[in-house]
Ligand binder design. Structure first.
Ligand code: UDP
Ligand code: MG
Length: 313
């Protein structure tokens, strides 16, 4: 097979401090890949400026001037968030294989070589998986564990300890293009596509410069996005709870009638408590049933492909 055309996609949000280091390093790796004939000679880096307010774009302009063909850049009109910037890069660029990597050198670029080798072995998705989380704060580690636990319980395919450092081939991009959803959670969307996949392990480092663009607030909203984009289990919980409470309310109704019949209650008591139990139970139960339909409507609106062909002969 001919060497594949590679695009390395780098989302950048206010990365003026980190980018000079990252660009140098990535260009080095790109040159190595080309000289080893692992990728095509016109492979390139694509930077997506996600509405930075610092000098990120000016830096990218000067980088383009200096490096020419090897560099491409896209500037988004405002800050759309990491996932949207990644998707923009993946859908706007042309390539046989694309690697997405953060702009802060936390993910070592040398690993790209290993990812490309895996592609040559026949894999179509290669997930970068971090070996240990010792550089993370205990809070981040704990929240990550809780997140993976919950996602697995809710039945969503995700790769443990994999962030958005990965290689995908253009077949996978073609599927992404068909997924018209606006609630983006690539870590769930890519495993959803299937295709032969594997992982490469690496050690995640500290940021080379600048600070994190993912404060706790954004992390929580990202996790919530992951849960609600792929699962309607939270709605099912309402149905189940509603059903259980409905059954309990039936039992309470029988009990209230029995108390009434035994003559131990004061006048008017039954007509007050009975509607309370019955309506309470029915209310939650019916709310759950509504939720079930809303869940189905939600999944329909995503317009995901119903099947994905890997090969035809
Ligand atoms: N990023 C982005 N848009 C945003 C936030 C982050 O494009 O709104 C980029 C950022 O420049 C970096 C990557 O996403 O390349 C990951 O962000 P960061 O390193 O701050 O996250 P962390 O590694 O701390 O989780
Ligand atoms: Mg980072």
């Amino acid at each position: 097979m001919d060497a594949p055309h590679l695009a390395v996609i780098v989302p950048c949000y206010n990365e003026e401090e980190a980018l000079p280091h990252t660009a140098t390093k990535l260009i080095e790796v790109l040159k190595d890949l080309i000289s080893e004939n692992l990728v095509r000679g016109d492979s390139y880096l694509l930077f997506v400026d996600d509405g930075s307010t610092d000098s990120t774009w000016e830096f990218l302009r000067s980088l383009k001037k200096r490096e020419g063909e090897r560099i491409r850049a896209i500037k988004l009109s405002r800050n759309f968030g990491h996932q949207s910037a990644l998707l923009c890069g993946l859908l706007e660029a042309e390539y046989d294989i694309a690697v997405t990597i953060d702009a802060d050198l936390q993910d070592p670029p040398e690993v790209i070589v290993e990812m490309v080798r895996k592609f040559h072995e026949g894999y179509r998705v290669v997930y970068g998986v971090r070996k240990d989380r010792s550089v993370d704060s205990p809070l981040k580690r704990f929240s990550a564990e809780a997140f993976y636990w919950l996602m697995e319980k809710l039945g969503t395919r995700v790769i443990r300890n994999h962030a958005d450092y990965r290689l995908i081939s253009k077949e996978v991009t073609d599927v992404l293009r068909k997924m018209e959803e606006v609630n983006l959670f690539l870590r769930g969307m890519i495993p959803y596509t299937g295709f032969p996949w594997t992982v490469v392990e690496y050690e995640r480092k500290r940021r080379v410069a600048g600070e994190t663009k993912y404060p706790l607030r954004k992390m929580i909203s990202f996790a919530w996005e992951g849960i609600t984009s792929f699962s309607t289990v939270p709605l099912r919980i309402i149905t189940v709870t509603g059903f259980v409470i409905f059954i309990i309310s039936l039992i309470m109704t029988i009990w209230a009638v029995a108390v009434k019949l035994s003559g131990k209650s004061i006048a008017g008591w039954l007509s007050v408590v009975l509607p309370m139990y019955i309506l309470g139970g029915l209310n939650l139960f019916f709310l759950g049933i509504l939720g079930e339909y809303i869940g189905k409507i939600y999944m329909e609106t995503k317009k995901r492909p119903r099947y994905i062909v890997e090969e035809r002969i």
